[in-house]
Design a protein around this ligand. Structure first.
Ligand SMILES: C[S@@+](CC[C@H](N)C(=O)[O-])C[C@H]1O[C@@H](n2cnc3c(N)ncnc32)[C@H](O)[C@@H]1O
Length: 298
């Protein structure tokens, strides 16, 4: 059994990991259960991470670092977040930024480089965090950036004092929008901002998807959670298609390699390629991809 020394609410068991050759034993985050009274049992982190990367089968989890090895910007476009933070804050170098589900740190590192502020990125994939730390050294912002491996569903209960919280393409990891925004309230300073990069369905559209709300439903939820939208940047369809095309060709190539080296898992990788194609169609044609800046209602 192990205990997270940074978070006494968390403990877990080291278990045998069958899917990772060469890494037989490792602490498994899915065995982290908050010890707080009345806490809900969390879904396994592998399942949540794979879902946040548009997959459906948690068996994919150990292969994600291989599949995504050619891509640094694995979700949100860093420039958009940078521009919004720059526009809506002052004293940039004093800002303290929390990047939840930071991936390989592309957003945090861009923001830290340009604004000279401090960034704290948390992600559940060890290899992504290792790459984020390497990139921070390469871009000479290692002193300003802390990248930590952990489950954000647990970590958010023990961290406070951030001016900006970035939720960059992580989907409903922390629950629905209402639950996400209320849980984050304790981490955010009084005048702090949340930057939410996600998608919604245009009110005029009849399209429905289990992961996306209509714009008006989203705005109602934001208001019910005691927050308001102070700005929004909508991504052009061409920009989405361009980014999707690059990411998809890298993912397809690496999945095809895995289909050769792990023929017994062929359908796992073929299904992931198919899921990516479907998700790209949703992003490019069915929903509106937008980055929203939220603040507390005064
Ligand atoms: C689509 S990626 C976006 C990464 C990054 N925000 C960006 O925009 O470049 C989603 C990220 O969320 C992370 N993630 C999902 N669930 C998580 C959890 N419970 N705890 C920590 N990280 C999580 C995944 O590991 C993945 O890196």
């Amino acid at each position: 059994m192990w205990l997270d020394i940074f978070n006494p609410h968390v403990m877990g068991y080291t278990h045998k990991c069958n899917t990772l050759p060469g890494k037989l034993y490792r602490p498994c985050l899915s065995h982290c259960y908050p010890r707080v009274e009345g806490a809900k049992l969390l879904r396994p982190v592998e399942e949540i991470v794979v879902q946040s990367m548009d997959g459906t089968d948690s068996e994919l989890f150990p292969y994600l670092p291989y599949i995504l090895q050619d891509i640094w910007e694995i979700g949100t476009l860093p420039e958009i977040v940078l521009r919004l933070i720059e526009k809506h804050t002052a004293n940039h170098s004093n800002l303290s930024v929390l990047d939840l589900g930071c991936g390989k740190g592309a957003v945090s590192i861009t923001v830290a480089r340009e604004l000279k502020c401090r960034c704290h990125g948390i992600d559940a994939v060890e290899e992504f965090i290792a790459e984020a730390r390497n990139k921070a050294r390469k871009f000479e912002v290692a002193e300003q950036c802390v990248f930590e491996c952990g489950d954000i569903r647990v970590k958010i209960h023990v961290i406070t004092g951030y001016d900006i919280i970035i939720l960059g393409s992580i989907g409903p990891v922390l629950g629905d929008y209402h639950s996400t925004l209320t849980q984050l309230s304790n981490c955010l300073n009084k005048d702090g901002l949340i930057i939410l990069d996600d998608g919604y369905i245009d009110d005029a559209s009849e399209y429905r998807h289990p992961l996306y709300e209509t714009r008006s439903a989203l705005l109602n939820t934001i208001s019910d959670a005691g927050m308001i939208v102070v700005d929004e940047s909508i991504l052009e369809r061409e920009a989405i298609a361009e980014s999707d095309e690059h990411i998809f060709s890298c993912i397809r190539q690496r999945c095809q390699e895995l289909m050769h080296t792990h023929p017994e898992q062929k359908s796992l990788f073929a299904d992931y390629i198919k899921k990516q194609e479907e998700e790209n169609d949703v992003l490019e044609n069915k929903i509106i991809c937008s980055t929203i800046v939220l603040s507390r209602c005064t």
